[in-house]
Design a protein around this ligand. Structure first.
Ligand code: BES
Ligand code: MN
Ligand code: ZN
Length: 494
């Protein structure tokens, strides 16, 4: 995708086969606004769009007096990053076959320059296509390869280009992780994912260590190894990543749940929709995406990231309900339900990172509980944290990027529900209530007193219904949230 930013708006330009996009906000006096824009672009038949309101994703076709095809594109009322991003993605996704040659986007009339990265991000994300496993691959991304995007604006500065490029770079990473989350489990075994992470590290400049099952046994990652026993053919792998910046003063630890398929194990899940449990490595994907972006953008931060990768299956050696297993921390765990596997592997990853790196901030992301979806639906991730400043910063990044989070309590009122008679803790609460919270209380036992920890339950937001597919599909949730959080809260705090 080539980007041009032009100083002046060209009127009646004779570029062959071009489409003009005129984004506008929904506003009181829209007609006057449109009239002004019409003058600018050489078009006077404004009465055609009498009923055009400028609502988000609304569009209206017109032909300029020079014969160029154009669309007014509604952006809704508020100047919101997420709405702008989604509107551009949706518009380009639906229209991509019809947009040939140059696409000119007018920016100045609405001062859209501040949203440059959201605009290019939305446009680039429109290239995402399911169907990687089809015999005939989906048509190669038209605009990532061929399009000339001509952003017409009064401003012409390098920062604008940098912002456009950032949006595209983000989209490329997001699409890669979406492809992994959407991939069937037989296309993304722990080994395949670890190979992918190694490649990403090589390409963008972060260190990757891959611990196979034997090393995990030696290291004492007992809970991860226990879950992995359900899958002799595709044993678990623990991947550790490190990105560092010479001027960074803070280290952030990121941990992502990487269950490449969750059958539930011996506590088998019902068959309906079990296919969607390929999404259970959405947390790991977000974490890899975030470290890849930090490296791409050379953010002034140190990151240590860990993703425990495993299937949750039912081989003859699989753990059974009632089993007591060990963990990296030394604590013993009574496995009440083998389907509560995510917290087991996260427990080891959290203790490992805390013990060996003790980062300033510790954040884990996981498609952890169905109860999170019961509580918050598909609009926000559950945020549980023992630190108000950290929680507020994550909430703010969520609002800004549209990858929203909502806080739930982590009070000790819930602690007793995880007490076991036979082990130090059990993996499932004794009452079928507050499942997202009790899962977090379980994790809290493994952070060894870390005082700046946040857990994000992304079960409802990593994978879901959208206008881009008929089945549920990956959203790429987490990458933008984490990058924004890092940029605003750490990278700047020298
Ligand atoms: N991976 C699931 C949680 C999940 C549910 C993710 C829906 C995405 C969409 C997790 O491992 C799980 O199975 N949780 C169970 C635990 C319960 C059986 C103890 C749940 O929440 O139902
Ligand atoms: Mn499960
Ligand atoms: Zn799971």
């Amino acid at each position: 995708m080539k980007i041009f930013v032009k100083m002046e708006i060209k009127i009646n330009s004779k570029i062959n086969k071009s489409t003009l996009i005129v984004p506008v906000f929904e506003q009181e006096d829209l007609k006057t606004k449109l009239l002004d824009v019409c003058k600018l672009i050489g078009f006077d038949q404004w009465s055609y769009f009498d009923d055009f309101k400028g609502k988000a994703k609304e569009n209206c076709l017109f032909i300029t007096s020079s014969g160029e095809k154009g669309y007014f594109l509604g952006l809704g009322k508020n100047r919101e990053q997420a709405v702008i991003k989604n509107t551009f993605r949706s518009f380009f996704y639906t229209k991509k076959e019809k947009l040939n040659g140059t696409v000119r986007v007018l920016l100045s009339h609405e001062n859209l320059e501040e949203f440059a990265s959201s605009i290019s991000n939305g446009i680039a994300l429109a290239n995402y296509n399911l169907g990687a496993q089809k015999k005939k691959e989906p048509s190669k991304s038209w605009f990532l390869e061929n399009a000339i995007l001509d952003f017409q604006t009064d401003l012409n500065n390098d920062t604008l280009i940098i912002e456009f490029e950032k949006g595209i770079a983000l989209a490329k990473t997001q699409m890669k992780i979406m492809e992994w989350v959407d991939a069937p489990s037989n296309y993304k075994t722990p080994r395949m994912i670890s190979d992918w992470i190694k490649e990403s590290g090589k390409e963008y400049g972060f260190e990757v260590k891959i611990f196979d099952n034997n090393i995990c046994v030696d290291l004492g990652l007992k809970a991860l190894v226990a879950v992995g026993k359900g899958s002799v053919e595709n044993p678990p792998i623990f991947v550790l990543m490190e990105y560092s910046h010479p001027e960074a003063s803070k280290t952030i630890g990121l941990i992502g749940k990487g269950v490449t398929f969750d059958t539930g194990g011996v506590s088998l899940k019902p068959g309906d929709n079990m296919n969607y449990m390929k999404c259970d490595m959405g947390g790991a994907a977000a974490v890899v995406g975030a470290i890849e972006m930090a490296a791409k953008l050379k953010l002034m931060i140190n990151i240590v990231a860990a993703v425990p990768l495993t299937e949750n299956c039912i081989d003859s050696l699989a753990i059974k309900p009632g089993d007591v297993i060990g963990s990296y921390s030394g604590k013993t765990i009574e496995v009440i339900n083998t389907d509560a596997e995510g917290r087991l592997i996260l427990a080891d990853a959290l203790s490992y990172v805390k013990k060996n790196y003790n980062p300033d901030i510790l954040i884990d992301l996981a498609t952890l509980t169905g109860n999170c979806i019961q509580s918050l639906g598909y609009a926000a991730a559950a945020l549980l944290s023992n630190n108000d400043d950290l929680a507020n910063a994550i909430l703010a990044s969520g609002q800004k990027t549209g990858e929203k989070t909502w806080r739930m309590p982590l009070w000790d009122d819930y602690k007793d529900m995880m007490k076991s008679d036979v082990a130090d803790i059990k993996n499932l609460s004794s009452a079928p209530v507050a499942g997202a919270i009790t899962a977090a209380k379980f994790l809290e036992e493994f952070i060894d007193g870390h005082t700046s920890w946040a857990h994000l339950d992304i079960a409802g937001v990593a994978f879901g219904d959208s206008e881009y597919s008929s089945m549920k599909s990956a959203t790429g949730y987490g990458v933008q949230l984490l990058v924004d959080f890092i940029e605003n809260n750490i990278a700047s705090n020298k």
